[in-house]
Unconditional design. Structure first.
Length: 107
């Protein structure tokens, strides 16, 4: 018997096949803040309107799905981890003995 696992099996764990619960909470919070600002602030100019809508736009940008990553928030998180972690990678391949000499080899 052969079993074929579909490539999108992790999408079943996501809401609408795209979002984690945290993503929707983040976007919902940004939209809620923008709606509160829309109700409170007078929209007298384009600049004020863009500032009022900026929380929804920024959180929408963070949760937008992109290929090969989950979303922009994931890209930014991985970029920060890459830049703040160790940059010198020690190769430990099949011929490295991890600093120990091979005493069992025949000379």
């Amino acid at each position: 018997m052969n079993f074929l696992i579909p490539a999108n099996t992790k999408k079943g764990n996501l809401i609408f096949g795209l979002f984690r619960p945290f993503d929707l909470i983040l976007f919902g919070t940004g939209v809620l803040i923008s709606v509160i600002f829309l109700a409170i602030m007078p929209l007298s100019s384009v600049t004020v309107t863009l500032l009022v809508l900026s929380p929804a736009m920024v959180t929408g940008f963070l949760v937008i799905p992109i290929p090969y990553y989950h979303n922009m928030l994931n890209v930014i998180t991985e970029l920060i981890q890459f830049l703040t972690n160790r940059q010198k990678y020690v190769w430990k391949g099949w011929c490295v003995l991890d600093g120990e000499e091979d005493t069992k080899s025949v000379h």
